[in-house]
Each structure stands twice: as structure tokens, then as C-alpha cells.
Design a protein around this ligand. Sequence first.
Ligand SMILES: *Cc1c(COP(=O)(O)O)cnc(C)c1O
Length: 416
Amino acid sequence: MNDTITLTRAPALDVSAIRAEFPILAQTVRGKKLVFLDSAASAQKPRAVIDAMKSAMETQYANVHRGLHWMSERTTDAYEAARAKVANLLNAPSPEQIVFTKNTTEAINLVAHAFSALLKPGQAVLISEMEHHANLIPWQMLRDRAGVPLRIAKITDAGELDMNSLESHLQSGDIGLVAITHMSNVLGTYTPAERIARLAHEHGARVLFDGSQAAVHRAVDVQAIGADFYVFTGHKLYGPTGIGVLYAKRDLLEAMPPFLGGGEMIGTVTYERATWAEIPHKFEAGTPPILEAIGLGAAIDFVQSIGFDAIAAHEAALTDHAIATLSTIPGLTIIGRAQDRGGVISFTMQNAHPHDIATLLDRAGIAVRAGHHCAEPLMRRLNLSGTARASFAIYSTHEEIDALATTLERIRSLFG
Ligand SMILES: *Cc1c(COP(=O)(O)O)cnc(C)c1O
């Protein structure tokens, strides 16, 4: 019976135990305790990921799918097990709907090439004003290569997706694909993915979500969302670099032509023609990122062992604390005031260039990002040349946010 389960809140997360799993966090930089507030650019790696990759290299390594020998079979099993873990993470109906890529950027480029073959003449792609360049440039290139129009839905001044703008674009009737971020890497804004997918489908469009940020902080259910495509990148989810994920509905994967050609993705080959392998292999040309997939699988086990309820609660508390603390600093402006937001906080300070802020914070051992955050058109929309950005992860603490705030106070006194 469930009568022993009385918790109404997520169990508190044991941050010091989690921090102990990340060897790099024990380091000092410039003689100071490292305060790493740049996890939205890339997250640090837990021992479980480091060990899984090391152990694979030491004990179970060969190329996948090709060898008829013991090592190749073991490695193939580990690689395919990682695919199943990703399918489980996203609640995908089947591991066959998970394609491994190099990163989010490659996953979106794959869709821009392969899905364009399914667009009807005149159909357009709709993105938003708060996209990362990874979800802009591939569509610009598609426009220039194949004449597929690119439309831009607006955001509000609070930094939320303007649903009226999205809907009026959809009502024009010629949108074939909506490609939108699930969480902004600049504003921290979550977009209402289910609503966007429903609207897109009502108007006959397919929908892609860029989950590079969202998939790190919340449980994602691609079936509940109704996503046609969902992409994320391994290195932000505590996994290694060099691996990304494309989830897609089966009918799309079956119907789309391959993106890259070569080994692994073929059925039979003559000089005249070739046939394609079954999905997902059709989209995985060449030797895949085997060790990186194993590392990503370990990262998924790691976050799932903590649980997204606890992760989301911890990060929401950090975000509330950061907004409350930073808001009291005179001359500091937090950029983006979305209702539904995560632990990515962009800010500017009067009279101080974001790069100077980041450099001065670095002297105190505090790592933040400064610049346009791969979203130049968004900066222009906000009338900014750049921002400084602090971002949080499962290992971030309230003390680190206090250290950030104290140092920013000192920086403010320098700039007056
Ligand atoms: C980081 C990021 C990307 C790009 O990820 P890569 O690993 O560089 O391909 C795309 N979109 C968003 C929202 C991101 O935060």
C-alpha cells in the first residue's frame, strides 16, 4: 500500500553529496574556491560518467555493429543500451526513434536537410526571436539553398514567447515546421511546449523543440508534449562532448532521406545505387560516438538516480534566491522576467560592460558567461550588445549565489 508515502514535496537534494561526485568542483582557481556558474554553456562531469568512459576503454571496446567477435558485440550492446536510456529519458515510444548526432547543432542541421525533402513547395519554417544560432542558421541556410521561407515569431518584453504572434503566423497556413526552443539559454524562459505542438498540429505543421537547456532541468516527455522532433546535447546534461540526440516520430524517420552518407547507414551498395539501413542507423553515418554514448548513458543514470523532481525543486530554489538577491543590487537589471523560467539568469549593470563584469568575477574565482550567448538577433531585439549570465546546475549552491552577489556589489562600487 502507499500509505507510507506522505511526501507532498520533492525530497531535498543533498548538494554536498552531489558535489562530491564532481571531482573538478574541488579545485581552486586563481587561489580561490571555484564557483562555477556557467553550466548552461557546458556542465561539469560526475565521476560516474568519467568512470564509465574509462572503464569502456579499459575493458570493453571495439567498433560497433560490424564485428562478429566478443568485443564488438559487448560494445554494440553498450552503445545500444545508451540509446535505450535516452529513449527512457524522453519517454520515446522506441529506441529506434533516437538518433545519435554530434550535438544539438548537428541534430538541427540533420532535420533542416532531411525534413526539407518532406516540405511542400512554398511551405515555411517558423522559429522565434529567442533562438540560439543553432536553431537559426540551419534554417537560414535552407532558405538560401532551397528557397524555404523563414518566419520569426515575436517574444514579449518580459521575454516570453508571444503566442499571438505564433498563432498568426500559423494562421497564414503555409508553415510546414515550427522550430522553437523549449528553454531559452539567455532568458531562462520555458516555452509552453504542449500548447505550441497542439497549435502547430491544428494548422498542419510539424514541430521541433530545441531541448538543449530544458532536458537538463526537467523531465521531458516527448509523447505528452506531442513533439515531432526533440533535440538535445550531451555535454549540458553532465555527459561528454561529441554527442547529441535527435528524437523523431517514426513516420518522419521512415520518410526522410539520410543526411550524411557513408558506412553504417547503408543496406546494400553498388556503384549505381545504395539502399539505406533501418532507422535509426540510416541517420548515423560512419563510426558513431561510441564512448560518448556510453558516457551519456551514465549521465542519464546519474540524473535519474537523483530524480527530476528533486533537481527541479533545487534549481527553482536557487533561481528564486538569485533573483531576490541580485534584484537588490542598484544598477543591476535582470534580463527576462518570464513567469515560467529556469536557472539561467542574464543581467546587465549600469556603466559596466558584460565582459568586464565577467573578468572581474573571474578574479574572484567565479565563472560566468558574457556576450551575446549565440543569440545575436535576440540581443538586438532587447537593444543590448550582450549580457553577463549566471547559470545553475544540480551542484550549485545558495552560498555560490551569495558569493556572486557580494562580488557584484564590489564591482558596482568600481563602476559607480
Ligand atoms: C547550447 C545550446 C545549443 C547548441 O548546443 P551544441 O552542443 O553547441 O550544439 C542550442 N540551443 C540551445 C538553447 C543551447 O543552449
